[in-house]
Design a binder for this molecule. Structure first.
Ligand code: PBG
Length: 322
């Protein structure tokens, strides 16, 4: 039989496959999320996220040094304060846990890009991402606190601010505050398209940030909506975002692709805690090959159009790519 087209010709050897491979991961594009807590010598396991830890600042520095050795260049930090209150005041305290952590990491590790997650949910006693009036999460009063948080993070030395709380106008508020404080050079990586997702479950254990009542559907997006994602992204671009993020990643590859096609900004995607936990759990049961599946999901996220990937697997993958 004489077939003209035989795609298998290009799959015959590993070197031919490598020659025609379209998508490649690089440690340069990976961001490693880390949780910093108070205390010293603390390396507390997170039950629902095997191999991830709550780290005190000294342990965090050790972890970042090791990740840097593995070839990673960027981390994103989440702070876990001992004291929480109604307005999340530890989020913008000059000596807040995340501010101290940023200073320590920047002092100890050279050329690491430190991204500061900017939100209130880990810092409020009610676990919501903004200030409340009764059961209502208030938009505009929350913006002032996010802006203060951003400035305090930049003062501590954060290289990029990543607002994640989905209030309307958060990019504009943060951009203005940063510029007024002399941080016009600090980029904003906006969680532009953040869905109200069940995949954040393990994170809420890791960051002790589960809402004490209700849920986040009043501010995070409905998983059923795609056109609204374009609207959210367009608004953030107008307000001055430098990087647009989609979150979660694997269940929203169509959204990543749509943003990649529509916007001329770097696109980031966050492979969130639940995506990580599912791979861990299935591999522990012996049902999937962890390394292979982790790699495959990251390739899929990149292939969909993500330039930057935030993943708890970042360090493993960087080591594997070395
Ligand atoms: C909010 C925030 C969340 C995550 C990142 N930033 C949690 C939420 O919205 O409930 C989730 C990340 C993950 O699940 O890995 N500060």
């Amino acid at each position: 039989m004489s077939l003209i087209h035989r795609p298998r010709r290009l799959r015959r050897t590993e070197s031919i496959r490598a020659m025609v491979r379209e998508t490649r991961l690089s440690p340069d594009n990976l961001v490693y999320p880390l949780f910093v807590c108070e205390g010293e010598g603390v390396r507390r396991k997170i039950e629902s996220m095997p191999d991830c830890f709550n780290l005190s600042i000294d342990e965090l520095v050790t972890e970042v040094e090791a990740a840097r050795q593995d070839g990673l260049r960027s981390i994103i930090l989440f702070g876990l304060p001992d004291e929480k209150d109604g307005t999340g005041s530890q989020a913008y305290a000059e000596d807040g846990i995340v501010q101290l952590a940023i200073r320590a990491v920047k002092r100890a590790v050279k050329d690491v890009t430190v991204i500061a997650d900017n939100c209130l949910c880990e810092y409020t006693d009610h676990g919501h991402c903004g200030v409340l009036d009764g059961d209502e999460v208030l938009n505009d009063p929350t913006l002032d606190l996010l802006a203060r948080t951003a400035v305090s993070q930049a003062e501590a030395g954060a290289d990029i601010i990543a607002p994640s709380n989905m209030m309307d106008g958060f990019v504009e508020a943060i951009r203005e505050a940063l510029d007024q404080s002399g941080f016009e050079h600090v980029p904003i990586m906006s969680y532009a398209v953040k869905y109200a997702s069940g995949f954040y479950g393990p994170f809420r254990e890791a960051a002790q940030s589960a809402p004490q009542f209700g849920d986040r559907r009043g501010y995070q997006m409905d998983p059923a909506n795609a056109r609204e994602a374009l609207k959210e992204a367009a608004l953030d671009l107008e307000e001055g975002a430098d990087i647009l993020m989609v979150k979660p990643a694997l269940a929203y590859l169509d959204i990543i692709r749509a943003l990649h096609e529509r916007f001329d900004l770097p696109i980031a995607a966050y492979q969130v805690s639940g995506e990580y936990a599912m791979i861990k759990a299935a591999s522990r049961l012996g049902w999937v090959d962890e390394e292979r599946v982790a790699m495959e999901t990251l390739i899929a996220i990149k292939r969909a159009g993500a330039d930057i990937i935030l993943s708890y697997y970042a360090r493993d993958i960087a080591r594997r790519l070395a």
